[in-house]
Design a protein around this ligand. Structure first.
Ligand code: SF4
Length: 709
């Protein structure tokens, strides 16, 4: 049997063909018909079948305990969900609806996201649902909203082959979005005039194969982009017609960027002014200018302003809404986009509606026939949720398919909060999820290939994922767990579903008339066409050129802002991250390595993937190491204001002096005689500072010191 599905790791959203042999053995290969990856897969995708076939760590049965001193006991689904419903009802009656929360994941399918949102926002009456996309994309979301009017990626992957200048900033697609990078490399190989500019304090594989690497000091991206903006203006490389007819804010922007000279900007960024001149020159002369970014811009206390400073370069040059041009935020999780579309953030309602907008709330309440008013106040965001759990204002948290005990910033505080929490539900595939140890109720979920649903990738491309295998034990699809729970809460009339197709159809109806309108999409069409890019309105399939959906947005240069004009923002360029000092003089940045995915609950089980970097390490510049008597491979302690980490040192000039890099993947590990150790956890060191608007944490900038251990 052969099945077409989508990779469940990253937002590239590669198509995969799964073959099931008669003996049950699975193989995977890239889907040559899929427009995103055209048959290519990276090392993670190529080894996906091993994560399905190895079921040694699977959660198989619902479990619960009446208090934390008791062992977990296997119970029936009814018992687990009835107890959870009873506890939730008690807290809601006693402390109000905001005493409970759901923390979900960009791994969730669109239907799952939709159901959790409907339950808590429309039926419990709280906006306390947030997702790990908050840790990943929320600065890009706010950046798009402020500049283009809505969280809408304007470009598509086919723009890669149309562009001649790429600005890759705060991203390492060579490792983290490999199939996009392979398309860029192939395009450059066929067109040697193509230029790639990489902005990154680290000399990554992406930087190595770029034409120009600008290794700026951490936190200085806005200074750099404003300097490029100034040069574009001075060189006459702006699009006056576009600015006049389609954008607001140019005068204030121009005044802002003129405040720093090029030399001053170069000095602040710690790079040569010639590099900035070269970047501006290439961008100014480009026919197709595509910028790609991820966590280096997003995971910052000034993440929204970093996004705006980059998008500004497209708006002043008019390089948006036409082939090969536009800002392109590379998505981390496979369905971060689908989650955002259904309202999976604490401040959003389905189809990018806003919880603070009374008309939007009224539309959704009426559609759901909600028994409660949707709250007008945004709910708790990811970091706020664990803070509230720590100070006991939040009584119960339900964690779905994410592992905050490794992935959250200042993770020691998160661990303390979970330890002291009144009630924790963990819904997951794997017993390796570190949160399981603090759960009062554990709910076993079906994994990739074991459930049906849809996802949206980074280019707004919706794909259908079929159910190929039965889940082991009593594990259930996440959608079914949520609708069964909703029924236990007494909301059965509104959660009558028998399959996820019904959930999808309901969600699609709720998008009618919005900019995310997918009323023309249903499972039957997705199975026939394989993928569709939103928006795709009812009847769209009959229109010429729209059969596969919408490749690009804003092609008529009308934006989703109230006046239809894009907004250029003059943004301050100062960084407000945690300051370094004599005790903690180095800046720590965290990130991913080539063959691991997030907290390694899947990739950590695949022997082939563990060969690339089997142990965590700290990259430190040789000058900084020498000053501390640290040698290559030596065990060192990284100390910060909130905790420490012990790993081996890797001396390399791939990091700037003053900067060190630690992978974010490792959690608690067994450590010889001393038993369990969490001293590999990068997030022992990171801080809970967040961007004031996006509430995205500042993972890329923490003050530390490094000493031999
Ligand atoms: Fe999967 Fe991303 Fe690799 Fe594609 S690039 S195979 S979606 S991990």
């Amino acid at each position: 049997m052969t099945h077409q599905t989508t990779c469940c790791y990253c937002g590239v959203g590669c198509g995969i063909v799964v073959k099931q042999e008669a003996n049950g053995r699975l193989t995977v290969e890239g889907d040559k018909q899929h427009p995103s990856n055209k048959g290519m897969l990276c090392s993670k995708g190529m080894n996906l079948h091993y994560t399905v076939m190895d079921q040694s760590d699977r959660l198989l049965y619902p479990q619960m305990r009446l208090n934390r001193n008791m062992p977990m006991q296997r119970v029936s689904w009814d018992a687990a969900l009835e107890r959870t419903a009873a506890v939730f009802r008690t807290f809601i009656q006693k402390y109000g609806p905001d005493s409970v929360a759901f923390y979900v994941s960009g791994q969730c399918l669109t239907e799952e996201y939709y159901l959790v949102n409907k339950l808590i926002k429309g039926f419990i009456g709280s906006n306390n649902i947030d997702t790990n996309s908050r840790l990943c994309m929320s600065s890009a979301v706010v950046g798009y909203k402020l500049s283009l009017g809505e969280d809408s990626v304007p470009v598509c992957y086919d723009d890669i082959e149309e562009a001649d200048v790429f600005l890759v900033q705060g991203a390492n697609p060579a490792w983290c979005h490999p199939i996009i990078w392979r398309r860029i490399e192939a395009h450059k190989a066929a067109n040697p005039n193509v230029k790639i500019i990489c902005v990154d304090p680290r000399k990554t594989d992406t930087a190595r194969s770029s034409d120009l690497h600008l290794p700026i000091r951490p936190g200085t991206d806005i200074v750099l982009n404003n300097a490029i903006g100034r040069l574009l203006i001075e060189n006459g490389d702006i699009d006056v017609d576009f600015i006049t007819n389609h954008a607001d804010g140019f005068t204030a922007y121009s005044e802002q960027v003129m405040q720093r000279t090029l030399d001053e900007a170069a000095e602040i960024c710690g790079i040569n002014a010639d590099g900035i001149r070269q970047a501006a020159d290439w961008i100014g002369r480009s026919k197709g200018f595509l910028s790609l970014w991820t966590m280096g811009l997003n995971q910052s206390v000034i993440g929204v302003n970093k996004n705006l400073a980059l998008i500004n370069l497209h708006l002043i040059t008019g390089r948006i809404g036409k082939p090969g041009n536009g800002p392109f935020s590379l998505t981390g999780q496979p369905n971060a986009m689908g989650g955002r579309e259904t309202g999976g953030l604490a401040n959003v309602l389905p189809a990018h509606r806003d919880v603070t907008n009374a008309a939007h709330r009224a539309e959704v309440e009426a559609f759901w026939n909600s028994p409660v008013k949707i709250a007008s106040k945004p709910g708790l965001t990811a970091t706020e949720m664990f803070e509230a759990l720590g100070n006991t204002s939040l009584k119960a948290i339900w964690i779905i398919n994410t592992n905050p005990l490794v992935s959250m910033p200042d993770v020691n505080a998160v661990e303390k909060a979970l330890k002291n929490a009144r009630f924790v539900v963990v819904q997951d595939v794997s017993s390796r999820a570190d949160t399981v140890q603090f759960a009062d109720v554990v709910l076993p979920a079906a994994a990739w290939l074991e459930k049906e649903g849809t996802m949206t990738n980074a280019e707004r491309r919706i794909a259908h994922l079929p159910k190929v295998l039965d889940a082991p034990g009593e594990a259930l699809p996440d959608s079914e767990i949520i609708w069964r729970f909703a029924r236990k809460m007494g909301f059965g009339d509104a959660f009558p579903y028998e399959n996820t197709s019904e959930v999808y159809d309901e969600y699609a109806q709720l998008t009618a008339g919005t900019n995310v309108d997918i009323t023309g999409v249903n499972y039957a069409l997705l199975k026939e066409k394989r993928t569709i890019q939103w928006p795709y309105r009812k009847g769209e399939g009959r229109k010429e050129g729209r059969e596969e959906g919408t490749k690009r947005l804003f092609t008529d240069h009308t934006f989703y802002t109230p006046n239809g004009r894009a907004q250029i923002h003059a943004v301050p360029d100062e960084n407000t991250s945690e300051p370094t000092d004599a005790d903690f003089p180095l800046v720590l940045t965290t990130g991913r390595i080539r063959d691991q995915w997030h907290t390694m609950t899947k990739t950590g089980r695949v022997a082939k993937l563990n060969q690339h970097s089997p142990q965590p390490f700290l990259q430190i510049h040789p000058d900084d190491a020498r000053a501390r008597n640290i040698e290559e491979g030596q065990l060192i302690e990284v100390r910060g204001r909130r905790g420490e980490v012990r790993v081996k040192a890797q001396l390399t000039d791939d990091v700037r002096p003053g900067l060190c890099f630690l992978p974010m993947h490792w959690g608690k590990v067994l450590s010889g005689k001393s038993g369990e150790s969490n001293l590999n956890r990068a997030n022992n060191l990171t801080n809970a500072l967040v961007d004031p608007r996006s509430k995205e944490p500042d993972f890329k900038f923490s003050a530390v010191e490094v000493v031999p251990f």
